[in-house]
Design a protein around this ligand. Structure first.
Ligand code: COA
Length: 153
């Protein structure tokens, strides 16, 4: 893996402080998804009990913990910052926190046409447990699951 530029270190990842506002997160989401969430939609998720958010200048992840189950809601890394370990680091942060909150499984959906994300999730130990037909605007998605606490390679 390439090393991350010194001025934008992976260690700059931290829990998102909602006082910082959600416009930067919405801008990142817009750079990553055709059907992006706006700032109001992201804010609405952040105020729900059990929502976790980890952010970096170039990416963020949202997850939800309910009882002993956790779910990745979204993961976005700016196109110019990809391939440097940021997506993996964001996921590791939120997976570790979800396990600390008592979750013993984490789930997510990923489009079958998203090999980058599938490779990222497989590398962290997620495995396929189901399929959702026409989940993303007609495109199928796989349901992935990871047992927590996770052992990262
Ligand atoms: C998927 C995404 C979050 C990956 O972020 P990233 O910071 O580039 O990922 P990382 O650099 O941490 O890569 C970790 C692993 O993911 C996989 N991966 C990342 N980009 C890849 C690519 N273009 N092709 C294949 N595998 C890729 C590799 O297994 C990689 O491990 P390696 O570096 O040891 O080979 C990013 O591409 C993205 O934001 N995409 C658009 C939004 C999206 O699809 N989100 C997920 C929805 S389920």
């Amino acid at each position: 893996m390439q090393s991350y530029p010194v001025e934008k270190r992976l260690s700059d990842i931290g829990p998102f402080d909602s006082r910082a506002g959600t416009y930067a997160l919405a801008a990142l989401h817009m750079a990553c998804f055709p059907d992006a969430w706006n700032a109001a939609a992201i804010s609405a998720l952040l105020v729900k009990p059990g929502t976790l958010a980890y952010a970096h200048e170039d990416g963020f992840v949202l997850a939800r913990v309910a009882g002993n189950e956790a779910e990745i809601l979204t993961l976005a890394v700016a196109p110019a910052a990809r391939g440097r370990g940021l997506g993996r680091a964001l996921l590791q942060a939120v997976i570790t926190k979800a396990a600390a909150m008592g979750a013993n499984s984490m789930f997510l959906e990923v489009g079958v046409d998203n090999p980058a994300a599938m490779s990222l999730y497989a590398g962290l130990g997620f495995s396929t447990v189901g399929t959702r037909k026409a989940y993303y605007n007609g495109r199928d998605a796989l349901v992935l699951r990871l047992s927590l606490p996770a052992k990262f390679a």
